[in-house]
Ligand binder design. Structure first.
Ligand code: NAD
Length: 264
């Protein structure tokens, strides 16, 4: 990979798994120094740190265990990144969770948690990281929204609400930084092959009494015209594009990587 991010630093939230880990790997291979964040089994976190570290030419990538469901956790994570990397040139707000239930049965604690992690953490992290970007005169912010930031599906009220909020926050921040060398964009993936999405298949198979294969193509990917997963690297490629050379003109947009979902 061309080392287009040589000299840059990046903080990718929720990067112990899935899309975040894929973006962290792309950035490290492109020459950036990257800090990881997220939960998981200690051995999985150690593996992620070693893999991203190897791409950076160090034993292990720096890592923050901060809990992004709390404002204080978001601030702590940015402070840890500034201490470890010296700056946060690129911030990718990616951490997220899912919960599916009809609105009249949707648990209040799940609602609060999804709004906190999937939406409010973006606000807290941007607020903490932006002053450093302004001082440096360069910055890139990417918020990982979703196709569900643009359209809705039933039973995902908290997730759809949070992701629409993320797209709105992205536009607002973009306008506020428009006269600087900082940009803020959203990426809106369709169904991407990750633990978060794959976990939705068995309940669908059980609900409709079909095989997991049919649950995937006919139910989970019902609205994704490609009828196949978007791959993590497809999203990571977009995330690299938005922070690489000649990316300054892209600001305030929501870029779909969804196998044609939102074209339908
Ligand atoms: P994943 O479950 O593989 O990864 C989620 C990451 O977030 C993990 O690293 C996890 O530890 C971290 N995380 C969860 N709660 C956290 C907390 N409180 N504090 C810190 N980290 C926390 O999921 P993924 O599919 O890679 O999803 C990543 C992002 O992409 C999410 O925002 C998700 O909504 C979005 N997205 C995913 C898909 C998809 O189909 N997979 C589609 C559209 C959007």
């Amino acid at each position: 990979m061309e080392r287009v991010l040589e000299g840059r630093t990046a903080l990718v939230t929720g990067s112990t798994s899935g899309i975040g880990l894929g973006i962290a790997m792309f950035y490290a291979k492109a020459g950036a120094r990257v800090m990881l964040n997220g939960f998981g089994k200690p051995e999985d976190i150690a593996k992620a740190r070693a893999e991203v570290g190897a791409a950076m030419g160090v034993a292990e990538a720096p890592y923050s265990a901060a809990d992004l469901s709390k404002a204080e956790g978001c601030r702590q994570m940015v402070a840890e990144a500034l201490a470890a990397l010296g700056s946060v040139d690129i911030l990718v707000n990616n951490a997220g969770i899912q919960f599916v239930a009809p609105i009249d049965e949707f648990p209040e604690d799940k609602w609060d948690l999804i709004i906190a992690i999937n939406m409010s953490s973006n606000y807290h992290a941007i607020k903490a990281a932006l002053p450093g970007m302004k001082a440096k005169g360069w910055g890139r912010i990417i918020n990982i929204a979703s196709a569900h930031g643009l359209i809705a599906s039933p039973y995902k009220s908290a997730y759809v609400t949070a992701k629409h909020g993320v797209v709105g926050l992205t536009k607002t921040v973009a306008l506020e930084v428009a006269r600087t060398n900082i940009t803020c964009n959203a990426i809106c993936p369709g169904f991407v092959r990750t633990p978060l999405a794959e976990a939705q298949i068995p309940p669908l198979a059980a609900k409709f009494g079909v095989s997991e294969e049919v649950a995937l193509t006919d139910h989970l990917l019902e609205h994704q015209p490609s009828k196949k997963w978007v791959e993590v690297d497809d999203v990571a490629q977009m995330a690299l594009w938005l922070v690489g050379p000649n990316s300054g003109g892209m600001n305030g947009s929501a870029y779909s990587v969804d196998g044609g979902w939102t074209a339908a």
